[in-house]
Design a protein around this ligand. Structure first.
Ligand code: C5P
Length: 231
C-alpha cells in the first residue's frame, strides 16, 4: 500500500481578497474556510498524512481557531510557508520521502469544495500509473489571445481547460521538479517545465470546486455547499 501525503497550501496573504484576515481564515458557513478544505481532503483520503502550510504569523491564530471550533488537529503537521506558492509547496515537500512508492496531492487551501468525487478520480489515475494528474474543467467563456500591442484574436476554447487542485504526483517526480525549477502558478506546470516528456494526465474536475478569490466567492461557495448534492 502506497503512502499518501496531502499538502494543503494556505500561506498566502490573499491580497486580492481585500480583507485584513487572509481568506483561508474567513468564515464560510459558520467556521473558517480552511477547516472545510481540510475536512474535505481528510474525508476523501483518510489514510493520508496532511501537511498544512501556514504563514508563520498565523500559526498561533490557527491553533486558537481550532480550539474555538473544536477542530481536531490530529494527523495534521504544520509547515511554515514561503514568499510564493511554489516556495510553500517546497517547504512542505521537505517532509515527504522522495520515493516512487509515495503519492502527493497538492491542494489549494482556498478550494474548500474539492470533494471525494474529484479527489478519487485523481487518486485512481495515480494508481493506474500516471505520474502527474490534474483535475480540469472545460472553459465556458469565449477566449481571446491578447498580444503585447493590445490587439487580440479569438481562440478556440475547445482546445483549453481550466486547471484545478488537488493535483496528484508520484513523490519522486515532484521532488525532482522542485529541485530543478523555481516557480509556477501550479505544480503540474512546474513538473512539465522540468520533465517535458512526462504526460500530464487530465481528469474531470468539478465546476463547484471553485477557488475563493473575492468576498463574493464566499456567498457562491455557501450556495454551492447547499446544492452540491444535487449535481
Ligand atoms: O493566491 P492564490 O489564491 O492563487 O494562491 C493559491 C493557494 O496558494 C492559496 O491557498 C494560498 O494560501 C497558497 N499560497 C501559499 N503561499 C504563498 C502564496 C499562496 O501557500 N506564498
Amino acid at each position: 500500500m502506497k503512502q499518501i501525503f496531502v499538502i494543503i497550501v494556505a500561506a498566502g496573504s490573499g491580497r486580492r481578497f481585500g480583507s485584513p484576515l487572509p481568506k483561508q481564515f474567513c468564515n464560510l458557513a459558520g467556521r473558517p474556510l480552511l477547516m472545510h478544505t481540510i475536512d474535505a481532503m481528510r474525508e476523501s483520503v483518510p489514510s493520508s498524512r496532511v501537511l498544512l502550510v501556514l504563514h508563520s504569523d498565523y500559526i498561533s491564530l490557527w491553533h486558537e481557531l481550532c480550539q474555538r471550533h473544536k477542530f481536531s488537529e490530529q494527523g495534521i503537521d504544520i509547515v511554515s510557508g514561503g514568499d510564493t506558492r511554489s516556495q510553500s509547496v517546497r517547504n512542505a515537500l521537505a517532509n515527504v520521502p522522495c520515493s516512487a512508492d509515495v503519492y502527493v496531492l497538492v491542494h489549494d487551501g482556498a478550494r474548500p469544495l474539492a470533494d471525494h468525487a474529484v479527489t478519487t478520480r485523481v487518486m485512481q489515475a495515480l494508481e493506474a500509473g500516471d505520474a502527474a494528474v490534474v483535475p480540469a474543467i472545460p472553459v465556458t467563456d469565449s477566449l481571446r489571445h491578447v498580444s503585447p500591442d493590445g490587439n487580440s484574436d479569438a481562440v478556440d476554447r475547445s482546445n483549453y481547460v481550466a486547471v484545478q487542485t488537488p493535483q496528484g504526483f508520484r513523490a519522486d517526480i515532484l521532488h525532482k521538479a522542485y529541485d530543478g525549477s523555481d516557480a509556477a502558478t501550479d505544480d503540474a506546470s512546474l513538473v512539465q517545465s522540468v520533465f517535458p516528456d512526462i504526460k500530464i494526465s487530465i481528469t474531470p474536475g468539478a465546476a463547484y470546486n471553485i477557488k475563493i478569490t473575492s468576498p463574493t466567492d464566499i456567498a457562491v461557495a455557501e450556495a454551492l455547499m447547499r446544492t452540491r448534492s444535487k449535481f
